[in-house]
Design a protein around this ligand. Structure first.
Ligand code: NAD
Length: 460
């Protein structure tokens, strides 16, 4: 753990926050511009780091990491003044004559904890919201994507003072409890696994620290008989096999109407070959598994069904081919754990209830995808399944629209972010009523005897 981050130094961040510098509109705007310029300046280093950690191509890095971050920064810069402006709220009869305002207050010193799978944007997009909202930030990137974490630290050190934003590296299990022992953060924003999310929630509860938890789970894709299966195959293959399946919102498994199952699988196989070639290990567009531990966990899944496509793997290259698997038991780990790798179980269904039952065996998913050309079915699915967010006739891209709140429900998460929703996450709505003094009826004050009928008239 860097020397800077101990209780005393975190207190110096608190003092920096209290001195008020971060509240100013032009200060916030300037920091967002500084971040944007640094992302542009270090583009090559960012690309190289993501290639080292996850074998991402510069194209994939732009589309799923740095480009998303730049779009988020641009949106915050464009909208900042509007988001910060106090909002007027209507008065009510009992408080006449008053005027009401909601002031948009920063929270203070916030902690952002990031995972390794999209290690750049999942650390920095929440930080954009925290900065826009006027907070000081402690950022904890993942120790499992060290090249990207190093670039993040380099950028932050270059553009921000350490009282304002600082990076803590290392094993989260050590660094985070150590920081929280002596210091009360004003908010914790965590992206990662459900088990670690529970630990963070418990640590936060000791000091009543509010949390946002962006977690995972099993996100299903349903394909109805009337779907455009060519499009479904392309969009499911992209969502599932991008980043070698290590995407929290990747379609975890597919439920396809039995009557089109064979046709869909044929299209999916053709699509995978078109995207990544006959040998995906040689494709520039196909990533690698993050480390041996994850590789070994994924390899076990390959024995839990009948592989009908792919299955090749190479531990020395951390490679697992895009794989389609059938005949999987619903109570096997492959169908009870989040897969988080390039293995796609496919099930046929004949009646909707069977598909719904499979989905509802697991907790509420982070994402849900339905492929259909029938708007009635689309509506029924969206209403019947509880999920964080999702798409109709698409996968994953809802994440890339900062006008939509992104977050889970139940076990897949608490709270949401992106665009204005990030600003709101890191903002306190301070409600203030101002009451005029020219009118102050005795009715409001003791003694109350005999005033009930008036109270019933005015308070309703
Ligand atoms: P993880 O929970 O293992 O680690 C996330 C962060 O927590 C890391 O920075 C790590 O250092 C820290 N950490 C680990 N153990 C800790 C502990 N005991 N105490 C405090 N901090 C600790 O998650 P991961 O393996 O990096 O990421 C994969 C998981 O994240 C998957 O479950 C995936 O679905 C989820 N995820 C969710 C989203 C989302 O937006 N909802 C996005 C990406 C990943």
């Amino acid at each position: 753990m860097p020397e800077f981050i101990n209780g005393t130094n975190l207190e110096s961040m608190r003092r920096y926050f209290f001195n008020g510098a971060t509240r100013d509109y032009s200060f916030r705007r300037q920091q967002l511009h500084a971040l944007k310029n640094a992302v542009l300046k270090y583009e090559k280093e960012i690309d190289a780091a993501l290639f080292t950690d996850l074998k991402k191509s510069p194209e994939e890095t732009y589309a799923t990491e740095s480009g998303l971050l730049l779009a988020e920064i641009n949106s915050a810069i464009r909208n900042l003044r509007n988001w910060m402006r106090p909002q007027s709220a209507p008065d009510n009869l009992v408080n006449f004559p008053s005027s009401c305002k909601i002031y948009r207050e920063p929270l203070g010193v916030v902690l952002i904890i990031a995972p390794w799978n999209y290690p750049f944007q999942l650390a920095l997009i929440p930080m954009v919201g925290a900065i826009a909202a006027g907070n000081c930030v402690v950022l904890k990137p993942s120790e499992l994507s060290p090249a990207t974490s190093a670039v993040i630290e380099k950028i932050i050190k270059e553009i921000f003072t350490e009282e304002y934003v600082c990076v803590v590296q290392g094993d989260g299990a050590e660094a985070i409890p150590a920081m929280m022992k002596d210091f009360r953060f004003d908010h914790i924003f965590f992206t990662g696994s459900i088990p670690v999310g529970k630990i963070i929630y418990q640590l936060a509860a000791n000091n009543l620290i509010p949390v946002t938890l962006e977690l995972g789970g099993k996100s299903p894709a349903v394909i109805e008989a009337d779907a455009n299966i060519t499009v479904a195959a392309r969009r499911i293959a992209l969502g599932k096999f991008a980043n070698a399946g290590q995407t929290c919102i990747a379609p975890d498994y597919v439920l396809v109407d039995e009557t089109i199952k064979e046709a869909f699988i044929k299209k999916l196989k053709e699509t995978i070959i078109f995207f990544f070639g006959e040998n995906a290990s040689q494709s520039d567009s196909y990533g690698k598994i993050i480390n041996e531990k994850r590789f070994d966990a994924l390899k076990k899944y390959l024995h839990e069904g009948k592989i009908i496509f792919g299955g090749d793997n190479d531990r020395s290259k951390l490679f697992i081919a895009p794989t389609i698997i059938e005949d999987v038991y619903l109570d096997s780990p492959l169908m009870t754990e989040e897969i988080f790798g390039p293995i796609l179980p496919v099930f046929g269904f004949t009646i909707r209830e069977d598909a719904v039952n499979i989905i509802q065996k697991n907790p509420k998913p982070l994402s849900f995808y339905v492929f259909t050309t029938d708007t009635k079915k689309e509506k029924e699915w969206i209403e019947q399944i509880q999920f964080g967010g999702g798409c109709i006739n698409n996968t994953c891209w809802h994440f890339a629209n900062h006008n939509l709140p992104f977050g889970g429900i139940g076990n897949s998460g608490t709270g949401a972010y992106h665009g204005k929703y990030s600003f709101d996450t890191f903002t306190h709505n301070k409600a203030v009523m101002k009451t005029a003094t020219w009118f102050d009826p005795n009715l409001k004050y003791p003694p109350f005897k005999g005033k009930l009928k008036w109270f019933k008239l005015f308070i309703r």
